[in-house]
Design a binder for this molecule. Sequence first.
Ligand code: FMN
Length: 377
Amino acid sequence: MSKLFEGYRIGGVALKNRMMVSPMCQYSAVDGVAQPWHRVNYGRYAIGGAGLVMVEVTAVNRQGMGTHGDLGLWNEAQQEALAEVAHTIDTLGAVPAIQIGHAGRKGSAQRPWDGGRALSDLDIAERGEAPWQLVGPSAIAMASDRPAPAVLDKEGIAAIRQAFVDTARRAVAAGFRAIEIHSAHGYLLHQFVSPLSNHRQDEYGGSPENRWRLPLEIVREIKAILPSDGALLVRVSCSDGADGGNELPETIAYAAALKEAGAEAIDCSSGGISGRASANRLARGLGFQVPFSAAIRREVGIPTIGVGLILDGPQAEAVLQAGDADVIAIGRAALYDPNWALHAQEALEGPGFAHWPPQHGWWLQRRAELLDSIAAS
Ligand SMILES: Cc1cc2nc3c(=O)[nH]c(=O)nc-3n(C[C@H](O)[C@H](O)[C@H](O)COP(=O)(O)O)c2cc1C
């Protein structure tokens, strides 16, 4: 049997295999409320054999949204709709998981396909989408064409910490078994962690330990309310890829602190602190972030998730066999093929449809036998 299709455990959550669908924002929510698109989108990855399906970044309050189409989880209507998403994933055989976050200075943006720029009054005229006031650790804009955020004071920080905890509580109540805290890609917690965006002089800035304070407080508080059969993951940007930013050694120290605070796995991504995620100077090749996962796994002794341009089963299996990650997150390859896991299992363990849901597999097995007999005649 392959390692990819062997069971695995993160915290209190048993996975049937080591493939998770990476969080991917659909920009399709209405007032933060999940729509039929979300139920079908996430459900088809579960039908497609994923071990864990991570719902896209979900804002902990209105100001924490990235675009008008982001999911949110701070009210009853949002919780009810997400409970249906969690139930769909669960009944179709995967672990329902959700990433929660706050966009901070990166919010108030157009959807990528509308341009991805800062919202302006033009967007009100075109789509009824008004810009909103951003917040951040310091009054430093993400890019020259983005507004500078208002600086969060102690009360503002405490309110955001509480919003993360309240959202985690709602996520558990909605049926999600694993929660991932978004501390990557230039989102608010990453803005606190990176010296490029955090110039504070108080206990939330300056030394690395101070810059880590807010995410560590959030991890501790969420860990305390998570049921024992749950799991707490944190996504980090292992490299800012920019002068004066954090690189792998700083991230290894941060990951060790996250582990001590209660994180049960580190999802090892990179970039996003300034401009677009792809604007940093990291060279992009197949599996380009896997060395980060390998180093954190080795140095910190915590389960890691490897992600980024992992295309197929054999490539994922090689990462696991090398001991470079414990779980593989698949993003765009799952958009391309929602049955990614079923196809990966076929590639690694041989042809056949026994591992497919019978609603599809029973027929495909018979069609395969028919095609064989046609080929032989
Ligand atoms: C459409 C899209 C939306 C994304 N949204 C998120 C998100 O909500 N949270 C997050 O941490 N990463 C997000 N990402 C990054 C992916 O989770 C993943 O790390 C990235 O696509 C690299 O993996 P891949 O090469 O397998 O696609 C998004 C990526 C795409 C393509």
